[in-house]
Design a binder for this molecule. Structure first.
Ligand SMILES: C=C(O[C@H]1C=CC=C(C(=O)O)[C@@H]1O)C(=O)O
Length: 385
C-alpha cells in the first residue's frame, strides 16, 4: 500500500469516529495500522488475547484492546529522509513561573522523603498544555514518523477514550517464541551533537536502580539465562539516556501449543510500572506519585503495543524436521513499549506529559529543566502544525 493511500484510509476511519492504532516499531520501516471495525470498547482479561493493547499507569484500571479479529490491518513501507534525525534545534518557549515553582516544590518534597531512606527513587511528572491551531492528529503522526526514526511512534484513537500520540524510546519488553528482551533506560542529558559524553553519579545510580530491579523481578517470573549488557548511551531526539539491554529465555512451560505465552501477564505484573517511570520500592513510590503529583497520569507511563501477534516466520524448505516446522509456523510475538514522550489531543490543545527520576541527590531546579527538555520531543512536531 502507498503512504498516501494508508493515510487516506486512516483519515476516513477517524472521520467515522472509529477506533484505530497506527504505529511504527523502533528502527523499522513498516508503518502499520489496525482499523477496528466497530466502536466497542474492548479490554483485556488476562493478556492471552491477540491485538494491540493500551494500558494506563495505574494498574488497577483496565487495559484497552484493539482485537486483531475485529480489525482490518494496513501497512506501508516508509522511505526515510536524512534531515530528520540530525537536527537538534530547540523550540523557543515561554516558561510558566507558576508551573516551574509547583514542580520544584514537588521535587523538593520528594528529596526530603528520599533522604529519610523510605524510598531510593521516585519518578515525578507534570502535564503541560500547548494550544493547537487545528486538531490534526494524523498530520502530527506523519511528522513524528519523520522526526523520530529510532523511537516507537504511534497514534491511538478510541471515541470513548480519546486520541494519544507519542514517540517513546523505552521498550517494556518483547517476547518472540521463547526469546525475551527488555531494557533498563534512565538518566538524561541534552544531546549537543555528540554521543561521547560522561554521566554523573546521580544518573548512573538512578539507572543502576532500574537494571537491578528489573533483573531481580525477572528471576522470579520464569525468565532464565539472563544476559545483561554494560550500560551505554542512546539518543532519543534531542536527549541522551543510559541504557542496559537484558535478554533471556522464557521457561519452556510458559509457551502454549498455539504459540502464545503463558507468562505475559506475570511479566507485566512484575515489570510494570518499572522504576524508570515509578520508583523504588515500587509500592511506596506509587503511593507517593498518586498522592502528591496532583493530576491523573492516565495513559502516560502506562504501556502499549502488540500482544500475541502471529509472527511471519520464514518456512524452511528443508522438511527434515516436521515438528520443528509446525512449531515455527505458529510463533507469536508480543512487543510492548512504555508510553513516554507522549501527548493527548483535545479539541483546541495538546496535553503533554513529562517526568523524571528523582533520587536523594537530585537538584530540583535541574529536574525542572529536564522536564522542559523532554517536552521538546512533542513540541518540535506541534510547532510544525
Ligand atoms: C519519565 C520519563 O522518562 C524516563 C525514561 C528515561 C529517562 C528518565 C530520567 O532520566 O528520569 C525517566 O526515567 C519521561 O520522559 O517522562
Amino acid at each position: 500500500m502507498t503512504e498516501d493511500l494508508f493515510f487516506e484510509r486512516l483519515r476516513k476511519h477517524y472521520e467515522q469516529n472509529l477506533p484505530f492504532i497506527a504505529y511504527r516499531k523502533p528502527e523499522a520501516t513498516g508503518v502499520q495500522a489496525f482499523l477496528q471495525q466497530n466502536a466497542d470498547l474492548y479490554t483485556t482479561e488476562d493478556f492471552t488475547e491477540s491485538g494491540f493493547i493500551f494500558a494506563p499507569f495505574d494498574d488497577r484500571k483496565k487495559t484497552i484492546l484493539i482485537p486483531e479479529n475485529a480489525s482490518e490491518k494496513l501497512i506501508f513501507e516508509q522511505v526515510f529522509s536524512e534531515e530528520a534525525s540530525t537536527s537538534v534545534d530547540s523550540p523557543k518557549e515561554e516558561i510558566s513561573e507558576e508551573k516551574k515553582s509547583a514542580h520544584i516544590q514537588l521535587v523538593s518534597k520528594a528529596v526530603l522523603a528520599l533522604k529519610t531512606g523510605e524510598m531510593d527513587k521516585v519518578v515525578l511528572s507534570r502535564k503541560e498544555d500547548v494550544k493547537l491551531k487545528e486538531k490534526a492528529p494524523l498530520k502530527l503522526f506523519r511528522e513524528l514518523l519523520k522526526t523520530y526514526p529510532t523511537a516507537f511512534v504511534y497514534c491511538w484513537f478510541h471515541p470513548k477514550v480519546g486520541c494519544w500520540l507519542g514517540a517513546t524510546p523505552e521498550t517494556l519488553f518483547k517476547v518472540e517464541g521463547t526469546r525475551f528482551k527488555t531494557m533498563a533506560l534512565a538518566g538524561t542529558q541534552k544531546y549537543t551533537g555528540t554521543m561521547e559524553v560522561t554521566w554523573g553519579g546521580k544518573e548512573k545510580q538512578e539507572q543502576q536502580f532500574v537494571t537491578d530491579s528489573i533483573v531481580e523481578n525477572l528471576k522470579q517470573s520464569g525468565v532464565e539465562n539472563l544476559k545483561i549488557s554494560a550500560p551505554y548511551t542512546v539518543r532519543a531526539g534531542n536527549l541522551l539516556h543510559l541504557r542496559t539491554d537484558i535478554t533471556g529465555i522464557m521457561h519452556s512451560k510458559a509457551v502454549r501449543s498455539d504459540g502464545s505465552t503463558e507468562g505475559i501477564s506475570g511479566i507485566i505484573s512484575v515489570l510494570h510500572p518499572t522504576p524508570a517511570v515509578c520508583g523504588l520500592p515500587k509500592e511506596k513510590a506509587k503511593e507517593f506519585i498518586l498522592s502528591e503529583e496532583g493530576y491523573d497520569r492516565e495513559f502516560y507511563t502506562g504501556f502499549l503495543g502488540e500482544l500475541n501477534l502471529q509472527k511471519n516466520t520464514q518456512r524452511s524448505r528443508n522438511r527434515r524436521n516436521v515438528e520443528n516446522l509446525a512449531y515455527r509456523a505458529v510463533k507469536k510475538e508480543t512487543a510492548l513499549f512504555v508510553n513516554l514522550r507522549c501527548m493527548k489531543i483535545e479539541a483546541e490543545k495538546a496535553e503533554l506529559f513529562i517526568g523524571g527520576g528523582i533520587t536523594k541527590d537530585s537538584v530540583p531546579e535541574d529536574e525542572w529543566q529536564e522536564t522542559v527538555n523532554k517536552a521538546e520531543t512533542m513540541k518540535k512536531v506541534l510547532l510544525k502544525l
